[in-house]
Ligand binder design. Sequence first.
Ligand code: GAP
Length: 454
Amino acid sequence: MVQDKSASERMEKIVSLCKRRGFIFQSSEIYGGLNGAWDYGPLGVELKKNLKDFWWRRLVRERDDVVGMDGSILMNRQVWVASGHEQTFTDPMVDCRNCKARLRADQLAVKDGKRQCSVCGSLDLTEPRAFNLMFKTFVGATEDESSVTYLRPETAQSIFVQFKNVLDTSRQKLPFGIAQIGKAFRNEINPRNFTFRSREFEQMELEYFCRPEQGLELLEYWLQERLRFYADIGIPSDRLHVHKIPTDELAHYSGGTYDIEYDFPFGRQELEGVAYRRDYDLTQHQNASGKPLAYFDEETKAHFVPHVVEPSAGVDRTVLALLCDAYAEDTITDDKGKAETRTVLRFHPRIAPVKCGVFPLLKNNASLVVKTKEIVSELRSHMAVFYDESGAIGRRYRRQDEIGTPFGVTVDFDTIGENGPAKQDTVTLRDRDTMQQERIPISELRQYLSAKIF
Ligand code: GAP
């Protein structure tokens, strides 16, 4: 895909801000890094956690019909044989005979009817061959075929193989879902676009089990639910697109799939898949394990294997979409009429890593500092706050704007009653986006902010 210059500059600025402000670092950076692996720094981990917590709240806590689980990353190899991953979880790979680059065949441009190397432009490439994306490992002390297993390439399979245990212990009735958030690993041929295509990443997956006749309707229902979720974390609907996978491109077991795509600076790309997988996975595991995974219908007294609708989202991709969406550069004019550029991350308050910056107007005034620290300790157990006393107040606001903190509280001489009782025990509350300030009693602060970030 050809990227225009301003889009690639924007992406470079986002990557650089992520490093500079502690959102995302290259893994093992001091040793030259590891391609396709990333570490989340102090702000990145908060952002990611807020996203995962909100997903969990929406999909598990706020519903009667979904329960959670947390499966292991290592599983019996037979899981991956039965699911089809050992045989078919592959991407087509080619080698460039000229520059020796190893490339994904389906992502290359075609010139004169031939695939073209994206590194050196050569047309002299090998024929595509299937490359399995699973990371192989050995369990125990012997490294032979009998001890082989894989790091899981998706979280979904542990849900399928625990279906019966969860059903028997949770007393759920169809339709109901099992949700999981966790790490997945894929040995991608070309990790790229920052964290977008990584080799280690996290997924948020729901397997929603149902009767066969409910599948198609639930596919539509979950698509709408997931779009509502993205709106509620602040991603505008005009940057999201629903791509319906054409029937002739669907997997043989699929009853329909939607991709939810986002307009990243590097192009429109998948954030999440919402797929109706019929009874494929449970049937495969039932046949391979010999253990019944059917559901007993109390009313009809019949046993049947449930069908499933699967909304499967990437944590890292959604974090990247949130960062790309939030990044803005405003031109603002200071008190002296001088124009300057303000970099701001306009995160929805719900997912912003820090909710409120709290500042004494001056750091060398003990009364201001004491009062500010009282406010910090009052707010701290309810939300992530940041105390900052260094530098001019404008610069402190700017630093918080750059990491997306939606609110700033300043304790000034009015707060401590130096200008009379009228404004005593009130603070200024600054809004990151409008930069407007209002005065608010300290006693109302916690409730006011809590309502905004919920
Ligand atoms: N269980 C179904 C499943 O895993 P998928 O479309 O392969 O479906 C689901 O993956 C989501 O996981 C994707 O939409 C994407 O958000 C995320 N994902 C997949 N591969 C990824 C990678 N290499 N790096 C980052 N996220 C990835």
